[in-house]
Write a protein that binds this ligand. Sequence first.
Ligand SMILES: [Zn+2]
Length: 138
Amino acid sequence: MKQFWLAISITILLALGFGYVVQEFIGGIGKGFIAGIILQFIAFMIYRPAKPDESLEIAESTLDSIVDLQTTLIECPCGKNSFYEPIFINKDNNFTCNVCGSKFRVDITHESILLTEPVSLVNVFNNLKDKEKGLDSY
Ligand SMILES: [Zn+2]
C-alpha cells in the first residue's frame, strides 16, 4: 500500500513538473498536468518492466538446492581453519586456506553398501530343496 501511494505521488509530481515546463506552450499548468499524466500512461503502456522468467527461477532454485546438498564443513590440514563449501565427486576440490595460506584438496571416497538381504548360500540351498520337493510331488 505504501508503494502504491509513492507511485501515485511520483506520477503527480512528474505531471506537475511537466505541466510547469510546458505551461507556456500548452496554455496553462492545468493542461500541462493532464498532458503529463496521459504521457506517463502512454509511456507505461510502451515500457513495462519485464516479468522475471519463471523457468529461470526454477532452474536457479534447483541449482541452489544441489549446491546446498553438496555443501559441507571443509577443514584445512593446519587445523586452524574450517569453512562451509560445496564439494563435488567429479571435480578437483581445491581450496586455499585463508589462515595458513596453503592450498589443499578434498578427496571424496565412496563405497557401495548392500541394503537388501545379503545373498546367503544357505537360503539358496533351502530354496532349491523346496523346489525339488515340489517337483517330487508330480
Ligand atoms: Zn590452514
